[in-house]
Design a binder for this molecule. Structure first.
Ligand code: ZN
Length: 78
């Protein structure tokens, strides 16, 4: 008798655990690219990710000032 009750309780708790948690959205771990964008060391504006198209670091990603070409501040991607 006791064993049957226990098995029924285990089955019920397994069913409860199998349900997807609606209270936890999947996108909470997603960090937008702009959230970790550094600010310009020259003018403190937001920076945008760019890819070097010329020079010794061609193809490398870096942060360029959003005020370019007015401001030429850059930050190397870490
Ligand atoms: Zn700047």
């Amino acid at each position: 008798m006791e064993g049957t009750e226990l098995n029924r309780w285990i089955a019920a708790s397994r069913t409860a655990q199998a349900k997807p948690s609606v209270a936890t959205p999947a996108q909470t771990s997603f960090v937008p690219e702009q959230a970790r964008a550094p600010s310009c060391p020259v003018c403190s504006s937001a920076m945008q990710k760019r890819v070097a198209k010329r020079g010794a670091n061609i193809g490398n990603e870096f942060w360029g000032c959003s005020q370019f070409p007015k401001c030429k501040g850059i930050v190397q991607d870490l």
